[in-house]
Ligand binder design. Structure first.
Ligand SMILES: [Zn+2]
Length: 532
């Protein structure tokens, strides 16, 4: 029978402490509902006392329906030397009206004496009384034992006494936290085993990734008897982050046969990961295991060749099981197999017998020598393949352009004019922008939407510039990558030139041209213009 463990998500609390991560109340509600649909049983909001935004989150959450997840309010033990019933740290989480409350307290004597500046006995009372109070108010109680692993290593008897105080007060679970994230799996396993043997309640684990062992430590604790894991999606969290649930969940499911979310949720894992990056406004990490864009990417020609014959040869699992896809990277290592697989990924009919195949390969290698890089620039590669295989002329060309900049009273404005030709139709447009690329984009768009109004929907979503030295002895060149999106998808194009404006224009022109190629150029108004 498949064993089960319980996932406890703290993306909204611990995760929101992460570098560059910030969530509004509306963001948090969207995330909570998305994680609920994914099947996460516990979703922790932040400390309702910490700021008005967090109180608002719990107020709004009361009006939403959650299918499966229990929302959890977070707090801490009562303050030292005061009555528990008058302490906001304990009362506000109760007022948040969630079925479960998690609160944290001290395990490590160092913190008891130096940080709390209280006695070991008072710390034990603080823990036990807080649990009793929460239980008396009808809450399920999870006790997060801060610095559990470090505290135990320092003074095992006292650490156990703090956890026993929580269990005695009626806690449903004591969660061992590796707060500083510096422990090893064997330490976590031994201490978890001891806690499981000594405590009358369940034991959970909360790890951080400071030495890259967040997931490994959580797995060690589960192996030793813990039944709940606290972590964050995409591993967001302070410093190097928390135990990454987007890694842990598929490891449990596919490598250990342990169920943690409904089996039919797993194919949504990559999408949930991308959704969170988008809301957090964090650039996706391509190297994230399982869900990253590079997780199932193949670059070396022999790898690609082998994967084409037998995917199992260089993949530990079928990427679709976690909603990811196989990518073939085109690079200087590019072989015929890469081009064929890439072309298929792009929906272009190429086989190993296609006569133009070696011309495409030669062209890719020559351009990469000049500083182009097609790994990220799928759309430019698609155009390169298309142009090599087809005699059709480009749907439009830029005959001339001009960019100027003026500064006035501390503000600068750029202006661009372009002359565009599609067949015999000409357009001459001008636009202003807050930078030269923005102005060029505006002018080009203004010209092209006269021919195809659909182009209005596409927008520039990312712009990256890099200086490259293509080969020894030549001047430095600028490589520009532009990401463009419309309502349904996004694509990337590349331009390379000694002049940054020229490189940007190349990438801009290709971003529009690719949009037309995808639509099927022959039926677009451009084709009519070209024929006329
Ligand atoms: Zn933490």
């Amino acid at each position: 029978m498949t064993r089960e463990v319980s996932i406890y998500d703290t993306t909204l609390r611990d995760g929101s402490q992460g570098h560059g991560v910030s969530f509004s109340t509306a963001d948090k509600l969207r995330i909570a509902q998305r994680l609920d649909r994914f099947g996460v049983p516990h979703i922790e909001g932040r400390w309702p006392g910490s700021n008005p935004k967090d109180i608002q989150f719990f107020d709004e959450a009361k009006r939403r329906t959650f299918r499966r997840a229990k929302l959890v309010a977070f707090g801490s033990t009562r303050r030292k030397d005061g009555p528990v019933g008058h302490d906001d740290q304990v009362k506000l989480p109760v007022d948040a009206a969630t079925p479960v409350v998690t609160f944290f307290g001290k395990t490590w004597m160092l913190h008891v004496r130096e940080v709390l500046q209280t006695t070991p006995e008072e710390n034990l009372s603080m823990i036990e009384e807080t649990v009793r109070y929460l239980r008396a108010h009808g809450k399920a109680v999870i006790y997060d034992a801060e610095h559990a692993i470090d505290g135990y290593k320092d003074d095992p008897a006292y650490a156990l006494a703090t956890w026993e105080a929580a269990a005695r007060g009626g806690a449903d679970m004591v969660v061992l936290c590796d707060t500083n994230g510096g422990s090893l799996p064997q330490e976590v396993a031994a201490i978890t085993k001891e806690a499981c043997a000594r405590l009358s309640c369940s034991v959970g684990i909360h790890t951080h990734d400071d030495i890259g062992l967040g997931v490994a430590n959580a797995l060690a604790a589960l192996e030793a008897g813990a039944t709940q894991v606290q972590g964050t999606f995409n591993g967001y969290g302070e410093r190097t982050g928390n135990c990454n649930l987007t890694t842990l969940i598929p490891v449990l499911e596919f490598k250990l046969n342990v169920r943690s979310v409904p089996a039919d949720s797993l194919p949504m894992l990559t999408e949930v990961s991308q959704f969170l990056d988008e809301i957090a406004n964090v650039h996706p990490n391509p190297r994230l295991p399982w869900v990253g864009a590079a997780a199932f990417s193949h670059k070396g020609g022999t790898h690609v060749n082998a994967v084409q014959k037998l995917v199992r040869s260089y993949e530990h699992i079928d990427p679709s099981l976690v909603g990811n896809t196989r990518h073939v990277l085109i690079s200087e290592l590019a072989g015929r197999s890469n081009i064929i697989m890439k072309a298929r990924e792009l929906g272009l009919p190429i086989t190993k017998d296609t006569p133009e195949l070696s011309a495409i390969l030669t062209r890719v290698k020559a351009l990469e020598h000049e500083g182009y890089e097609f790994e990220a620039a799928d759309a430019s590669l698609a155009l390169l393949i298309h142009h090599t295989m087809s005699d059709a002329p480009s749907p439009f060309s830029v005959d001339a352009y001009h960019v100027s900049m003026r500064a006035e009273a501390g503000a600068s404005v750029c202006e661009a004019t372009v002359k565009v030709r599609a067949g015999t139709v000409h357009a001459h447009t001008v636009a202003e922008g807050d930078g030269p690329v923005n102005a060029l984009d505006g002018a080009l768009r203004a010209a092209l939407i006269r021919f195809d109004p659909d182009l209005e929907r596409q927008r520039l979503t990312d712009y990256k510039v890099r200086i490259v030295n293509s080969s020894a002895g030549t001047a430095a060149r600028t490589r520009v990558l532009i990401e463009t999106s419309d309502d349904t998808s996004s694509w990337t194009t590349i331009g390379v030139h000694e002049n940054i404006i020229e490189a940007s224009l190349q990438a801009l022109v290709e971003s529009f041209e690719y949009a037309l190629l995808r639509k099927g150029v022959p039926v677009s108004p451009f084709a009519a213009a070209v024929r006329s």
